[in-house]
Design a protein around this ligand. Structure first.
Ligand code: GCW
Length: 710
């Protein structure tokens, strides 16, 4: 036996004996074999044998208990009944009338009195699937009982992932390897990952996906590719996931041989109508198009002197006969005024002019997925046009595949923001679900963090962000704490390690819940934004000032550090971006002392010696925040190392290693920002804080090879 083989065997035996084993994260939160389940929970299942929800339940049950769940022709004590309103056993339960307002995706899980029968019922198979996954989650997290009475339906109609996946297999802002879509193998070869992907999404309620990058290749709409898309759609369909595509606005010209892509040209209109027909013939439940137009160099209607309305409506007309929708992005910023104001200025004036199957997709903040931004003032401003939030699950600006940052608290903050659109209480959560101004349909998108890495998301904890997006798209009122609880239990529970695992989970949960604020602290506290390194957006480069580059791609444009102070004056004496918000919010943001400190430098240029609420000067406060970020990550390292006994060996080691990098990166961020801003403030870093360990000149030389255009 060779040395390596011997070591391998010993390692294997040790793992076996200690109960530790390698786990690569590929099972996500669907690790049913690790759940502690009493086999006698159910005596059998009453359901249609060919229905997917029952099949999914049966498979999970096998994994959980090691035994088959018997089919029953009629319910008996401790039966599980799974069925739609058309099934006779559901009719007998009396639940049917309660499902009246449950819609196409809602469900009821109810324990019937007397003989411990559990019923999962819905109007449709889609609802049933969500109900079954809910029941499984209860079992996995040891929350199942015979006293259930749950009624759920989603708050958003379309809950979709946006893949920024290119046809060559690369992913824009992807940090988990190449794309899971194997375009060169399709349609002949179907990767097993497509179905796993569908199941994982369905388990958290995601019902739609855009397969390709918003920076779309015209090739996507060729016959060849539509056939490939059809093959994927066929796998996703049983899981009730509808496929959408990003389109390139110049497609008629690029692949259709037309001399123009002018949206008012009749041949162009016909081209799109024919294209829609062609797609729906192969994919009858096709969702529609996502469009990035006249943004970051992409073509659009304005190339022909037309407007976003002309472009969106033309596509909407092509899709309308088939029930498709257009998701038109508001991420536009032609150079000119303060970038923060541009999307609002461009779109607000078009309110009420779009077709009823158009929805405007708006990033949560007015710039670009920064670690923290105030909400985009478009939310609440468009009263007659449906808007959908776009969140970024992939951590472009939040440590990418390396930093542990749980995004649910950031999204929760967004949902809880009050727009004052119709007075107090006009929360984003309500505005975007049609509860302030009625919307014909609602939607929410998350830019996916999924790739072909074994663990899907690069960082084991990044899976929590996929999970959280799904849960919040279903119900934007679920607390981050609940989401973390659910995810940790499902993801880390381990049959061999309980009960000690629970002691570990509390600190892990605390770490997750504070991790976003921590990243804000060590990257850009107090409202700083966009001081990332040029192109790759991983590390700090607040000094970056490339002659000739677009000013609004440069950090100095945003932080405006000078001898007086720091921050961008967006008040009435500055760019006046505050005026895009409703009263009293505009006034609150406008006042130096009323502006929430988390947005201070977003809205104000603040003197270095300005007194903060803590009593410290701005400069000192900045130093404390950066330092706090660093200390927190070190705390996370301790928490994680202490959890070694309850986490499997592989994931433990991988996360441990990433936390080490995150810890070094946090110091890098702190030193870079403080040493650089110190050249303006000319003040010492408070002496009780740890000293920089880098030279500013050395940090300025760091160039990571992660190239990207902006
Ligand atoms: O966040 C920026 C990214 C680009 C992205 C663009 C967008 C897909 O840096 O990579 O392009 O936004 O959202 O369109």
């Amino acid at each position: 036996m060779s040395g390596t083989k011997k070591t391998g065997l010993i390692l294997w035996l040790t793992l076996l004996l200690t109960g530790a084993y390698a786990e690569d994260g590929s099972r996500l939160w669907l690790r049913f074999s690790e759940a502690k389940v009493d086999k006698t929970l159910f005596s059998g299942i009453v359901s249609k044998t060919d229905a997917l929800p029952a099949k999914e339940f049966g498979m999970a049950w096998n994994e959980m208990t090691g035994s088959e769940l018997k089919r029953q022709a009629a319910p008996s004590s401790k039966s599980l009944i799974v069925g739609t309103v058309n099934d006779k056993h559901i009719k007998q339960t009396g639940i049917v009338s309660d499902l009246k307002n449950s819609g196409a995706e809602g469900y009821i899980i109810r324990s019937l009195k007397g003989d411990s029968v559990t019923v999962v019922a819905a109007n449709t198979e889609a609802g049933l699937l969500y109900g079954v996954f809910h029941l499984l989650r209860l079992i996995q997290t040891e929350k199942f009982s015979y006293q259930l009475n749950i009624k759920e339906k989603p708050l958003y109609d379309v809950r979709l992932l946006n893949h920024w996946d290119n046809l060559d297999g690369t992913i824009e802002r992807g940090y988990a390897g190449h794309s899971i879509w194997k375009w060169n193998e399709l349609p002949g070869k179907i990767s097993p990952r497509y179905e796993e992907y569908a199941r994982a999404n369905a388990s958290v309620g995601i019902n739609a996906t855009v397969l390709n990058n918003v920076n779309a290749s015209p090739q996507m709409l060729t016959k060849e590719y539509i056939q490939k898309v059809q093959a994927i759609a066929n796998v996703l369909r049983p899981y009730h996931i509808r496929v959408f595509l990003s389109i390139n606005f110049s497609s008629p010209k690029e692949i259709g041989g037309l001399p123009t892509s002018d949206p008012l040209d009749k041949n162009v209109k016909k081209w799109w109508s024919d294209k829609a027909k062609e797609i729906y013939k192969l994919i009858p439940d096709f969702g529609g198009f996502l469009v990035k137009a006249n943004s970051e160099g992409l073509p659009g209607p304005m190339d022909y002197g037309r407007t976003h309305v002309d472009g969106a409506n033309m596509l909407a007309d092509a899709l309308k006969p088939f029930g498709g929708i257009v998701m038109w992005r508001a991420f536009v910023y032609e150079p000119g005024d303060d970038r923060v104001k541009l999307a609002y200025n461009e779109f607000h004036k078009f309110d009420g002019m779009f077709r009823d199957n158009v929805i405007i997709q708006v990033k949560n903040g007015p710039i670009d997925f920064q670690p923290r931004e105030p909400f985009s003032p478009l939310f609440g401003a468009m009263k007659k046009t449906p808007l959908m939030p776009e969140l970024q699950i992939t951590q472009e600006y939040l440590g990418q595949g390396t930093h542990l940052v749980f995004l649910a608290p950031m999204w929760q903050e967004f949902f809880e923001d009050d727009t004052f659109a119709r007075g107090k209480g006009s929360f984003i959560a309500k505005v975007t679900t049609g509860n302030i101004y009625p919307q014909k349909f609602t939607a929410i998108a998350g830019v996916a963090n999924i790739g072909e890495d074994a663990n899907w998301c690069g960082h084991h904890f990044a899976q929590a962000n996929w999970y959280a997006f799904g849960r919040l798209a279903w119900n934007n009122q679920i607390s981050s704490e609940q989401i973390a609880d659910e995810w940790i239990t499902q993801t880390f529970q381990n049959k061999n390690k309980r009960p000690s695992d629970k002691n570990c989970w509390l600190p892990i949960k605390k770490m997750m819940l504070s991790s976003h604020e921590t990243a804000v602290d060590y990257m850009m506290p107090l409202g700083l934004h966009h001081i990332f390194a040029w192109t790759h957006h991983y590390g700090p480069e607040p000094w970056c000032d490339i002659p000739g580059a677009r000013p609004d791609w440069l950090p100095v444009y945003y932080h405006r550090a000078d001898s007086v102070g720091l921050g961008y004056n967006r008040t009435t004496t500055g760019s006046n971006a505050v005026s895009q918000y409703y009263t009293p919010l505009n006034e609150e943001f406008n006042g130096l002392s009323s502006c929430p400190e988390k947005y201070l430098l977003w809205f104000h240029h603040v003197p270095w010696n300005y007194r903060m609420k803590s009593g410290r000067t701005l400069w000192d406060e900045l130093c404390y925040r950066y330092d706090n970020g660093v200390q927190q990550v070190r705390e996370y390292q301790k928490i994680w190392d202490k959890s070694e006994n309850c986490i499997d060996a592989q994931r433990f080691a991988e996360v441990q290693s990433k936390l080490r990098t995150q810890s070094r990166d946090a110091v890098w961020w702190k030193d870079a920002c403080l040493l650089y801003f110190q050249t303006f403030s000319k003040q010492p870093i408070p002496y009780n804080l740890e000293r920089p360990v880098h030279e500013l000149d050395d940090l300025k030389k760091i160039k990571l090879n992660m190239g990207h255009h902006n």
